[in-house]
Design a protein around this ligand. Structure first.
Ligand code: NIG
Ligand code: FE
Length: 413
């Protein structure tokens, strides 16, 4: 057995003590439970014990001085598209110059631009680029991540993307879950034939993905101008037949039925939610579907933010994710997403931290093993530099705070 002891922790934060607590909802999100002057004990990569330093009476193989830093659970980023080819800063400049989304798409921009680039890039190069992004987010404190396909848009290229995700799962130090998003946009070969493309997703892509066990979840971009709720239902029913639960993109552009199809199909999450009605919030209230908000996307696209404050006040358990992708959110910085949630969505720091850790883990189906400091969970935690309080984390919105990062009890940076 290998034993790691972290001592001299000024604040040990993000503790959960209720066994099996899957996520925090409503008013409970305001508690990011802490103890002060603490230690943390890790046996074979899992949290074995924690408590007040004055009660400490164990020895360990490896002893780490936290140097009065705060220890908190690693971020759990439940929505990314971080396997992609190249970058799209030209669209960013075009937008500054006033071009509309439609004009940018006409000039070859948007999701199809990324699909073209991905088609021409080797799997090895795609893997190398994605691993650089993984290194970047691990250094910023992310310990669990979801990665979607959706820049292939034909069977071969969707499989190519998901095989890259499989290699990342095997090689990266953090926990990875994968999501098949063939219905991100209609692929070029099917331009003007959306229903035939949906047939392809259902009849060919999903069985091929399942045959190689390449995806844990299935996603659809269910929104105005993309896929309808009826098409979404068909695709997620097909995924369910192969054991893939749904995590869908919904109601970014319009209140167009994404929440209803997610809740009625017991989706694990419905993400974006910039356009929400009161009825949508009611639908989510008694469901197991995680409402996941992506504040970085609203920031970068200069669009309205999801009404996360209203959702929490209504009792929902909101998760925050980055949406790391080359078009709408070229950043996987979860600390910045937490700051945005505080500044732009009026979340309390404790609410935003719960949303980015435990509730993010829930939105990946991982919260029994990740997302909080709890005995038995995988020892994924960040040791910060000394900080005056937890609120300092979102307050100092560009200040790096990571002193060290441990994943499964091993130091990764
Ligand atoms: O989650 N909303 C849909 N898809 C991505 C953006 C994709 C892109 O522009 O490449 C998102 O924001
Ligand atoms: Fe997304």
């Amino acid at each position: 057995m290998s034993r790691l002891l972290v001592y001299n922790i000024a604040t040990l934060a993000g503790i959960t003590r209720v066994p099996g607590l899957a996520r925090k909802c409503g008013a409970d999100m305001a508690e990011f439970d802490c103890i002060h002057d603490a230690y943390l004990l890790v046996d074979d990569g899992r949290i074995a014990d924690f408590g007040l330093e004055r009660d400490l009476s164990v020895s360990a193989h490896e002893v780490v001085d936290a140097r009065r830093g705060t220890v908190l659970p690693s971020f759990c980023d439940s929505h990314t598209h971080l396997v992609y080819a190249g970058s799209r800063e030209q669209e960013f400049v075009d937008k500054i110059n006033g071009l509309s989304y439609a004009e940018i798409a006409r000039r070859g921009g948007g999701i199809l631009n990324s699909a073209d680039r991905l088609h021409h890039m080797s799997a090895d190069e795609l893997y190398a680029q994605a691993m650089q992004r993984i290194d970047e987010v691990v250094a910023k404190g992310t310990g669990c991540i979801e990665i979607k396909s959706g820049y292939g848009l034909n069977t071969a290229d969707e499989l190519k993307m998901l095989r890259v995700v499989k290699r990342i799962k095997r090689d990266a130090p953090l926990k990875v879950v994968s999501t098949f998003l063939g219905a991100h946009a209609v692929g070029r070969d099917y331009a003007g034939r959306q229903s035939a493309y949906v047939d392809l997703v259902v009849d060919e892509m999903i069985p091929a993905v399942a045959a190689e066990h390449l995806a844990d979840y299935v996603d659809v971009f269910c929104d105005e101008g993309f896929f309808t709720p009826a098409e979404t239902a068909r695709i997620i029913d097909a995924g369910a037949r192969y054991g893939m639960r749904a995590k869908i993109h919904g109601q970014e552009l319009a209140a167009s039925g994404g929440v209803e199809v997610a809740v009625s199909h017991n989706a694990l999450s419905v993400d974006h939610l910039e356009s929400m009605t009161g009825a949508d919030i009611e639908l989510l209230r008694d469901s197991a579907t995680s409402p996941t908000v992506l504040p970085g996307t609203s920031f970068f696209l200069n669009m309205p933010y999801a009404p996360a404050r209203k959702m929490i006040d209504a009792g929902l358990g909101v998760a925050i994710a980055s949406d790391y992708n080359p078009g709408s959110t070229p950043s996987g910085d979860m600390k910045f997403a937490v700051s945005l949630a505080c500044v732009k969505m009026r979340l309390q720091p404790a609410e935003a931290l719960n949303a980015a850790t435990l509730n993010g883990a829930y939105a990946m189906g991982l919260s029994s093993d990740y997302g909080s400091i709890a005995v038995g969970k995988v020892a994924n935690f960040v040791v910060t530099k000394p900080i005056p309080s937890l609120a300092f984390i979102p307050y100092a919105y560009t200040t790096p705070i990571v002193q060290a990062h441990y994943l499964a009890g091993k130091r990764v940076c």
